[in-house]
Write a protein that binds this ligand. Structure first.
Ligand SMILES: [Zn+2]
Length: 315
């Protein structure tokens, strides 16, 4: 009988977890995190409850869970299972989540950065299968990235490698929350679209309301597809800046494939043609020609499947 693992996609506001066996998600549980209680002990108790619920609902009698994997935002020390710094709130700084959840559940718990976990999911179960060297780029609210090099996740000296969204593409461009300016994610992700709309006051007096709308990226995509010239220009610019960044990654790393996922990857038809033509101007042609630019395969399941792979000893 093959082993069952629990994969957890831990977000700032939500926990999404699944029981995985034989490359399949047997069942999932989604719970919201109470914004008033993001304490470390509160989060561990919530996660332990999710682990218990998954076992109760989806394990067959006599079966057991072999381990837990977690993908979390922030700077992570994978080997020690510690969240060193969380992006949006301080309660999770120096959070020994792996040890604490292990003690709370009696199961081994492994932790990694969410982008690395997604990359691992694509490597083991998705579009990265068969490649020894690829990058996984998740284009959503920002640009997340993971490096799969020489057959494993590359984490760098402290486990913090792969900040692929923070490659500079405009020396004095839009301010970035990393402290720099002109990072590529400020030009290509949902945050980039918002920067463009704010700069141009695209919706006149309705601009502030539009900026607050979580559906703004899709609205702009639909405008672009309907022939709106300014919205079309935004997606052209996404392709242009994304190509600059990808060209840098290719020149640096000579990977076999670039796997693109995340919600905004679904707008590929609006920015992909510019990206592909621009890429040939931005990297050594021999590197561009041998690299496959492909869509992810796991989409929303990548976090759970990748975390389960991590629990199963893949890294
Ligand atoms: Zn940045």
């Amino acid at each position: 009988m093959s082993e069952s693992f629990i994969g957890i996609d831990l977000g700032a506001t939500r926990i999404k977890a699944g029981l995985v066996r034989d490359e399949r998600i047997l069942g999932t549980v989604v719970v919201n995190l109470d914004p008033a209680d993001r304490s470390q002990s509160g989060v561990v108790a919530r996660l332990a409850g999710v682990v218990r619920e998954l076992g109760d609902r989806f394990l067959e009698p006599g079966q057991a869970v072999a381990g837990i994997g977690i993908g979390s935002p922030g700077a992570i020390r994978h080997a020690e299972g510690i969240i060193v710094r969380a992006p949006n709130f301080e309660q999770w700084n120096d959070f020994e989540l792996g040890r604490m959840l292990g003690e709370a559940t009696g199961l081994p718990a492994k932790l990694d950065n969410d982008a690395n976990v997604i990359t691992l999911g694509e490597a083991v179960y998705g579009a990265g299968r068969g490649y020894r060297h690829f990058l996984c780029l998740t284009l959503g609210s920002g640009l997340g990235g993971g490096l799969f090099l020489d057959g494993r996740i590359y984490r760098g000296a402290d486990g913090m490698a792969g900040e692929l969204g923070h490659i500079g593409v405009e020396p004095e461009g839009f301010e970035c929350n990393c402290g720099s300016r002109g990072c590529v994610e400020q030009y290509i992700a949902a945050v980039g679209l918002r920067n463009y709309v704010r700069r141009d006051r695209l919706f006149g007096d309705g601009t502030e309301a539009a900026l607050a709308d979580p559906d703004l990226p899709r609205r702009l995509y639909e405008m672009a597809k309907a022939g709106h010239p300014v919205a079309g220009r935004y997606f052209h610019d996404i392709g242009y800046y994304f190509a600059m960044a990808i060209g840098t990654y290719l020149n640096l790393l000579n990977v076999e494939a670039i796997v693109i996922g995340g919600g905004m990857a679904r707008s590929w038809d609006a920015f992909g043609p510019t990206l592909m033509s621009e890429l040939h101007r931005r990297a050594y042609p021999v590197l561009v020609e041998r690299t496959r630019i492909i869509m992810c395969e796991l989409w929303e399941d990548a976090g759970i499947l990748g975390a389960a792979a991590l629990a199963g000893g893949r890294s």
